[in-house]
Design a binder for this molecule. Sequence first.
Ligand SMILES: [Zn+2]
Length: 465
Amino acid sequence: MKKERREFLKKTGLLGLGGLINPTSVFSNSEQSSVDLQSKSFLIKNARILSMDLEIGDFTSGDVLVENGKISNVSNSIDAPPGVETINAEGGILIPGLIDCHWHLWTSLLRSMSGDSAEEGYFKMTARYSRLYDPEDMELAATYAIAEAIHSGITCISDYNHNARNRQFVKASFDAMAKMGIRGHVSYGTYRDMPGNEPTDFKGISELKKLIDSNSEYNGISLGLGSRSANYKNIEEDWKRARDLGLRITIHASSNQDQKGQIKSLFDRNLLGTDVNIIHGNAITPEEIKMLEETGASITMTPYSEMRIGYGLPKINELYESNINCCVGIDTTALTGNAHLLDSLKMLQNLANANAKDEFYLHPKEALKMATINGAKNLGIEKETGSITLGKSADLVLLKKNDLNFSTGNKAYHLAIEAALPENIDMVMAKGKILKYDGKLTGINTSNLINQAKNRFAEMEKEIN
Ligand SMILES: [Zn+2]
């Protein structure tokens, strides 16, 4: 089976460092498309545009010109320059590509496997399965997760790799992202059963950093440190070494009542800064909110995983009312079941309104910011992506209004957050390349990928029992 999987990965270009997948080269439905999906330039016509750019604003009906991977014009009406492929977006809603700020991609094979007893719970279950993975499994799992991400409109992922047994396990995330054509950030973490006294693998981190920096195939994907917990005795030394390498830092902190005070302990040691992404923070205190405001660290809520595992409710109202850069993430489909990031925004919006007892408290545009421009700021890439802005990368999502659940109504922000399902996403473009078109993924043979994921999971089931 392993060999078969390798053959599949080879055939689809998903194994080894064989260059970026051309998203259209294995497009199985190309005959159904009147648009040349391999074009370098596209004109998206007559879309309802939610730019998330204050100066550009929104368009009831407008056009976006994409040339050589960048957004080169946004206007009421643009005449198609020669050689440009026109995409008819009439009746559709165009938003920036979604940015997920926290995800453990490798757990995707373990979808909804967090069970019903202490032994079967998320942490013990993932620890057991994690030992069965090799770097190939890591790449398969990440590819499977990224395929679902693209289907759900996500064009950039911050992956926290905590099955980092050596650098090959982390490189697998880079390879999957590069070959699937998305942007990303990969935090080099630890692994589930790593002894507390084993030092952080800075040799592997440095080697991987050199490889990433010297290889243009990884453009648009950065390496970070997946920090150990705030209680780790050498955390100050680790963060200094990471910063010396120019790495951003991600840490799970103040996730639940047992971890209360962790953000303060990081602040007290002068560790927080704009390069820090705090994950969860369900137990954040008013004092700690001020600390994040003062230092410019971002926070990422993962509402479905936090609630499912019993961490409590996200502190959405307190965080929304602060000046903290608030972001959102899937975290793990072992807990969330799926990767519908727009639904996580809806959850935050509804929870915020419920807490405030106010129908008008959190506008869906504010929610959408968390998965677009705020996400870009979190990763330090706000000049490149996060809004439909001239000169930025063409990372775009087109929601087509022509489905049973997505046809009437004209309040675009509400529709995008409250009504849309991944199935309503007609087109996804990252770095100017079309990764989903006419509702189908263009870069891979989806049914083969699903079979490979299923087969490997079935094998693991046998190995574990
Ligand atoms: Zn996490």
